[in-house]
Ligand binder design. Structure first.
Ligand SMILES: Nc1ncnc2c1ncn2[C@@H]1O[C@H](COP(=O)(O)OP(=O)(O)O)[C@@H](O)[C@H]1O
Ligand SMILES: [Mg+2]
Length: 315
């Protein structure tokens, strides 16, 4: 199955663009599962795959409890150099204590299990979100304008909560936003690259990460960054949600990176691509996308306020 093919990428963690949601209908060949169970949980099926690992749906049959299990690719989990970075450990450290309806809940401890090759793998146990990630709506264009505004408000509330707790997510993008099928719940996931605001100094230059198409200019330039970088990435995400297209038209990741950083490359007003978008929303998205952090929204709270006003006026 394609999703289990080992990825041959460079050492850098920047090339995480192939994140996919695995559809329910994907046939599961048990022989290909790297794990059949984790602690009391029986692995049922893969549900998603990001740049770092695979997420499985799993069930504790005795307690009739369904969870999501995140298992890092072995190259991230066993490699000594990389293990020092400890992505799963960081996810737990930063996110396990967060209690907000828009942040995925996770267990405070990693479980260890031997995989089919006898290697001990560490697994992160999370609440299972039975649905899909935001990419689906960008592709299918199936949300009404007011639904899109409401989705952005919920996501902005979650990101604002993170920032209020001193956490910069650093990998804000559609694949890290999950929805239940009925769209009633929205959850932010994937804190493997997140940092606390007090913790990044001095370490930032040594450690990269993120997804180039969603990185802020300062993140791409490897400058020190703060919560305003997440605001830029959220601007790209909103742009894609409302227009179905990325603001940059570059053919490949390299060109897109260049366009994000180049002040001469103007982001087209979203309303040019979707006439349903009112000028107020153009302004919100373009303000989130200003290249200089000082000229952007200075906090998610501010952006949220503008979005909420828009929601009230339109609906
Ligand atoms: N708790 C969850 N419930 C259901 N699906 C999930 C859950 N967490 C992640 N996924 C799916 O797996 C994909 C990859 O998960 P993520 O945590 O972003 O991993 P990575 O660090 O490899 O990017 C997500 O885009 C989503 O489709
Ligand atoms: Mg991810």
């Amino acid at each position: 199955m394609r999703v289990f093919a080992p990825k041959k990428k460079g050492d850098d963690l920047v090339a995480q663009e192939e994140e996919v949601q695995i559809s329910d209908s994907a046939a599961v060949d048990e022989a290909e599962l790297e794990l059949t169970h984790v602690g009391p949980y029986e692995i049922v099926a893969p549900v998603g795959r990001g740049g770092m690992g695979t997420v499985y749906k799993a069930i504790d049959r005795k307690r009739d409890k369904t969870v999501a299990v995140k298992v890092l690719d072995r190259r991230y989990d066993v490699d000594k150099k990389r293990r020092r970075r400890d992505y799963l450990g960081r996810e737990i450290l930063l996110a396990a204590d967060l209690k907000h309806e828009c942040i995925v809940r996770m267990h405070k401890e990693l479980l260890e299990e031997e995989d089919r090759d006898g290697h001990v793998r560490r697994c992160l146990i999370m609440e299972f979100v039975d649905g899909h990630n935001l990419r689906k709506h960008i592709i299918e264009r199936d949300l009404s304008f007011s639904q899109m505004v409401q989705v952005c408000i919920r996501l902005a509330q979650g990101i604002d909560f993170l920032h209020q707790n001193g956490i910069v997510h650093r990998d804000i993008k559609p694949e890290n936003f999950l929805f239940t099928r009925d769209l009633q719940q929205v959850k932010i996931v994937d804190f493997g690259l997140s940092k606390t605001v007090t913790g990044w100094r001095g370490r930032w230059f040594k450690e990269q990460g993120g997804t180039p198409r969603y990185m802020s200019p300062e993140q791409l330039s490897k400058h020190r960054l703060d919560a305003r970088s997440d605001i830029f990435s959220f601007g790209i995400t909103m742009y894609e949600l409302f227009t179905g297209t990325h603001p940059c038209n570059g053919k490949d990741s390299l060109e897109i990176r260049r366009q994000i950083r180049d002040p001469r490359y103007k982001f087209e007003a979203p309303s040019k691509r979707n006439p349903e978008i009112p000028p107020k929303l153009d302004r919100i998205i373009l303000k989130a996308l200003r290249r200089q952090p000082e000229r952007r929204y200075q906090s998610m709270t501010e952006l949220l306020l503008d979005l909420t006003r828009l929601g009230e006026s339109k609906i």
